[in-house]
Design a protein around this ligand. Structure first.
Ligand SMILES: [Fe+2]
Ligand SMILES: [Fe+2]
Length: 146
């Protein structure tokens, strides 16, 4: 298991989204630190940190979907569906914890980390491309024709 190093290829080009992604990566790294430092976090603490991470992810998805609506993103439907599927998977895991079941936190961390990194690179960056095009067109439209 390794921490996520922020890479240029994570940059989407939408300032609010990039800021949220940096925060998400930071939260995942923090959790990883806590888990590997051998401080022996008890289940309740791990659960609390996980819930924070999940809540922030949910907030981020809603914000990101709003950006997509604002610019009339062409893959809004598919993108929203992939967010919804991840949240459903994560919530099923959280419910299991709540009911007293045990989960492999490392496995969950790896799953979340890989999902987020792949999703940012493969899907979120496409939003950035259309975002730039959208605002370039707007700027163009505002130029008075001589
Ligand atoms: Fe996304
Ligand atoms: Fe995202």
């Amino acid at each position: 298991m390794s921490k996520i190093q922020w890479r240029a290829m994570f940059e989407v080009g939408v300032p609010s989204i990039d800021m949220q992604h940096r925060k998400l990566v930071g939260m995942i790294n923090q959790l990883e630190d806590a888990l590997t430092s051998g401080k022996g976090l008890i289940n309740e603490e791990i659960g609390a940190v996980l819930i924070q991470l999940v809540e922030y992810t949910q907030y981020h998805f809603a914000e990101e979907e709003q950006v997509q609506r604002d610019i009339g993103y062409s893959e809004l439907k598919e993108h929203t569906e992939s967010h919804r599927l991840l949240m459903a998977q994560v919530k099923a895991i959280l419910l299991k914890i709540k009911k007293g079941g045990t989960i492999n936190v490392f496995e969950m961390m790896n799953f979340l980390r890989d999902w987020l990194v792949n999703h940012i690179i493969r899907e979120d960056r496409k939003i950035g491309v259309e975002y730039k095009r959208y605002y370039a067109r707007l700027a163009e439209a505002n130029i008075p024709r001589g």
